[in-house]
Design a binder for this molecule. Sequence first.
Ligand code: R5P
Length: 288
Amino acid sequence: MIYFALPGNEELVTSILAHAGGQRGVVEYRSFPDDETYLRVLTDVEGKNVGLVCTLDHPDGKLLPLFFLAETVRQLGASRVELIVPYLAYMRQDRRFKPGEAVTSDLFAALISRFADALITVDPHLHRHSKLSEIYTIPTRVAHAAPALAKWIAENVSDPLVIGPDAESRQWVSEVAGSIGAPYIVLDKVRTGDREVRISFPSLDLYQGKTPVLVDDIVSTARTLITAVRQLKDYSLKAPVCVAVHGLFAGNSYQELREAGASQIVTTNSVRHVSNAIDIVPLLMDPA
Ligand code: R5P
């Protein structure tokens, strides 16, 4: 297997090679003066299986280089082109909520399925679709980060109370809490806008003195976690820890979450960020 890093994914390829073996592919990338992409494949791919490693946060600027590289290695004789995408974008607009809206999760999946033979990712945000195969027509494999999150919590947090900020997070928090023998609760969240959420808490009387650990799949604007962290101040618990799979952290949201009162903010390296503390590659490459 030859692994090529799209720009910014070099560390992920290093980690993949250390874990799974294989060869690092070399590509020369540059931009023309008008910002169009130039790339040149410098590794012989004839008859080889190729993995293109490209996490897809901020996807719009990454998609064309990914498409160009996939098509080029195929033209150069690669026998199979697999995408390794730790964070898979465009999963949330999975329905036409208002007339005329683009259902971008389906359109993005159709586009990727046209130029790749297979896709591996970590915990895609499946909501109204239950499986990637409902929108992707190529084989897909999903690695689950819950065991890695659970291990980090067990090793770093004493007496945790695992908290899911909304109904969708139940799948992660129940698994994480179950595997470390910790209690968990799931909050009730209503999103009223891109940056506005309302959260209701159940009674926390049973959990006095515990360390709340908020677990979510994605941090985007961080409004979900900021709102939960602020409201946790009303209870007699320790300062909360925030653990997420994919830390996108739009704008100043990481700083705002710290200022809201999170004692620690921890993410996997599916998206490169200062909060990365959990290596997702072992699960990504060996999901069994
Ligand atoms: C929602 O369904 C997800 O699980 C996350 O809670 C959400 O994407 C987080 O978004 P934000 O950080 O913008 O509140």
